[in-house]
Design a protein around this ligand. Structure first.
Ligand code: SAH
Length: 256
C-alpha cells in the first residue's frame, strides 16, 4: 500500500510535470546563479547546477548511475552523455517515468538510460549496483532520512560516490533544540504546498552519513547561489502561458 504522502507526491508530479516541462524544459530543480556572473537563461542555470555539483563533488567519471527522484530524467540524460555512463532513474510519478523514457528514446539514449516508478526508500536494485548515486532535489520529500541515506548507501558500490542536493533548514545553534516558531511556521507552509515531510539540517544529514559508515563526507550551503531561481519561477507562473497552464494542470499545482 502506498502511503498518503507518496500518493500525494505522485499525484502532484503527475499533474504538474507537463506544465513545468513546457515552461522550463526537462530539469525540475534550481538553477545556479553565482554572484556577479554574467546573465544567463534559467535553463543554462539549471545545467550549470548539474555541472557545478559534479565539479564540486569531483565526479569526473562513472560507469553506472542511479538518479533517485529523477523527475523526467534531465539529470540522468545529461550525465549519461557527459560521463558516458549508463543510468537508471526512479520516481513516484508514472507520468514522469513514462515521459523520461520517451525523452531517452528521442535523444538516442534508450539503450543505456531508463526510468521506472519505484520508492527511493525501497529501491528495486541489488546492493552495490552503481558507482554514482545521484539525488537532485528529491531528498526533501523523504519522510525517513535515515532510511533514504541507508538505501543510497546500499546501492552504492564500494568506492562509489553519493551526491545529494536537497533543501535543508539551517543548522541549530548550540543549546537550541528546535527552530524558532516563525521559522517552523514558514516551513510548514512550504511543506503543505510541495508535499514535504519534516525538514532537517545539513548537520543532521552528516550525522546520518557518519552513522552509515560513509567516508570523505563533505557539504556546502548554496542558498545564495540558488535564490534568484524563485523570482524566475514566479515570473514564469505570471506569464499568460503559465497562467493558462496552471488552470489546465489543476488545483494541486495552483496551490503551490
Ligand atoms: N531530480 C529531478 C526531479 C526533482 S523533483 C530533477 O532535478 O529534474 C522531485 C522528484 O522526487 C520527483 O520526481 C518525485 O517523484 C521524486 N520523489 C519524491 N519522493 C520520492 C520517493 N519516495 N521515491 C522516489 N522518488 C521520489
Amino acid at each position: 500500500m502506498q502511503s498518503t504522502l507518496n500518493k500525494g507526491i505522485a499525484n502532484f508530479y503527475d499533474e504538474s510535470s507537463g506544465l513545468w516541462e513546457s515552461m522550463w524544459g526537462e530539469h525540475m530543480h534550481h538553477g545556479y546563479y553565482p554572484k556577479d556572473a554574467p546573465p544567463k537563461s534559467n535553463q543554462e542555470a539549471q545545467i550549470d547546477m548539474i555541472e557545478e555539483v559534479l565539479r564540486w563533488a569531483g565526479a569526473e567519471s562513472a560507469t553506472a548511475m542511479v538518479d533517485v527522484g529523477c523527475g523526467i530524467g534531465g539529470s540522468s540524460r545529461h550525465i549519461a552523455r557527459r560521463l558516458g555512463c549508463a543510468a537508471r532513474g526512479i520516481t513516484l510519478s508514472p507520468v514522469q517515468a513514462a515521459r523520461a523514457n520517451v525523452l531517452a528514446q528521442e535523444q538516442g539514449l534508450a539503450d543505456r538510460v531508463s526510468f521506472q516508478v519505484a520508492d527511493a526508500l525501497q529501491q528495486p536494485f541489488e546492493d552495490k549496483s552503481f558507482d554514482l548515486v545521484w539525488s537532485m532535489e528529491s531528498g526533501e520529500h523523504m519522510p525517513d532520512k535515515t532510511c533514504f541515506v541507508g538505501e543510497l548507501a546500499r546501492v552504492c558500490m564500494p568506492g562509489g560516490r553519493i551526491i545529494i542536493v536537497t533543501w535543508c533548514h539551517r543548522n541549530l545553534e548550540e543549546g537550541e533544540t528546535e527552530l524558532k516558531g516563525n521559522e517552523k511556521f514558514l516551513l510548514d507552509l512550504i511543506c503543505k504546498a510541495y508535499y514535504l515531510p519534516k525538514w532537517c539540517s545539513i548537520n543532521d544529514y552528516k550525522a546520518i552519513f557518519r552513522a552509515e559508515g560513509l567516508q570523505d563526507i563533505k557539504s556546502a550551503d548554496w542558498s545564495q547561489e540558488v535564490a534568484p531561481f524563485w523570482g524566475a519561477v514566479i515570473k514564469s507562473a505570471l506569464s499568460t502561458e503559465g497562467f493558462n497552464g496552471l488552470f489546465k494542470a489543476g488545483w494541486t499545482t495552483i496551490k503551490v
